[in-house]
Design a binder for this molecule. Structure first.
Ligand SMILES: Nc1ncnc2c1ncn2[C@@H]1O[C@H](COP(=O)(O)OP(=O)(O)OP(=O)(O)O)[C@@H](O)[C@H]1O
Ligand SMILES: [Mg+2]
Length: 267
């Protein structure tokens, strides 16, 4: 099995904010498990897609959720006309055939699910498939990468210390104004001046964090706004649709955000 379907052939656009590419490459050469840590919409998924492309290794992504079981990761027996057949789960596929397995929002899963990655992320690099009575040794090209949004962290939803301590961590955040404007211009196909205004709006919204807003507008939201503008919507309408409405249900907060946004649009 070649995992060809999981190979990324076209370069995903990724604009680095710091040394994250070199750091990840060092971790990859040692096959160390890596945690990408940062707020929503700041480029973690795009980064791992870019790295998988750059390193020419397949990428298997799993969106984690609270009902996910260990079987969803490692595999299960399914019944077909010949009887019961074992099906590798996404993690087992990556371990057996060599791929980066990206567990997105791993903190969402229950801790008893998370522990299946423990023997894979220490010196053993093995995956015991208890139900299949098999011990899979990790392929040399297997690497485990997880994402983690510290903002959502709570006492109940946090990684076990013994899980955390298995990972190197690379911190992500919204980039500098200049870099973020370049990203928005590139991704949304808008003029640099528009991109700069959108970044100013994003920055304002982030200043409202903690004042009613859980999180300000992410780079993703600014890109969405730019895309609406590139489709001909006036900036005010685009900002309302892609930022102000989605980000809060509170009329007061919405009014405060709208006012902050207006100030950026008519400087
Ligand atoms: N450094 C970057 N280079 C290129 N594009 C970026 C970058 N950062 C953000 N983007 C843009 O923002 C969008 C959202 O980024 P991405 O999906 O990678 O966020 P994320 O950190 O994975 O968010 P989440 O935690 O919600 O999954 C991307 O689709 C891309 O358009
Ligand atoms: Mg993501």
């Amino acid at each position: 099995m070649t995992l060809d379907a999981y190979r990324i052939t076209d370069e995903p656009y990724y604009r680095p904010a710091g040394e994250e590419i070199a750091i990840f490459e060092a971790a990859w050469r040692e096959r160390l498990p890596v945690m990408l840590k940062g707020p929503t919409g700041c480029g973690k998924t795009r980064f791992i897609e870019h790295m998988a492309w750059k390193l020419k290794v397949p990428l298997i992504t799993v969106a984690c959720h609270e009902d996910m079981t260990a079987s969803d990761l490692v595999g299960r027996y399914l019944i077909d006309e010949t009887g019961t057949v074992w099906h590798d789960g996404p993690l087992t596929l990556a371990v057996r055939h060599g791929a980066i397995c990206y567990l997105d929002e791993v903190v969402e899963t229950r801790q008893d699910t998370t522990v299946v990655i423990h023997p894979l992320t220490d010196a053993r690099r093995i995956l015991p498939l208890e139900k299949h009575n098999e011990l899979v040794r990790a392929h040399p090209d297997f690497q485990l990468v997880i994402s983690y949004n510290p903002g959502y962290q709570s006492a109940i939803k946090d990684l076990k210390e013994s899980t955390k301590q298995r990972f190197c961590a690379i911190g992500f955040d919204y980039p500098s104004h200049e870099v973020e404007a370049a990203i928005v211009a590139q991704e949304a196909h808008v003029a640099p001046e528009i991109a700069r205004q959108l970044v100013a709006i994003g920055t304002r919204s982030r200043n409202l964090e903690g004042h009613g807003l859980a999180e300000g507008a992410s780079t993703r939201m600014l890109v969405h706004t730019g895309r609406l503008i590139s489709q001909g919507l006036p900036m005010g309408q685009a900002v309302d649709t892609a930022i102000v409405m989605p980000v809060t249900d509170e009329p007061d907060v919405r009014a405060a955000l709208s006012a902050a946004v207006q100030a950026c649009m008519n400087p």
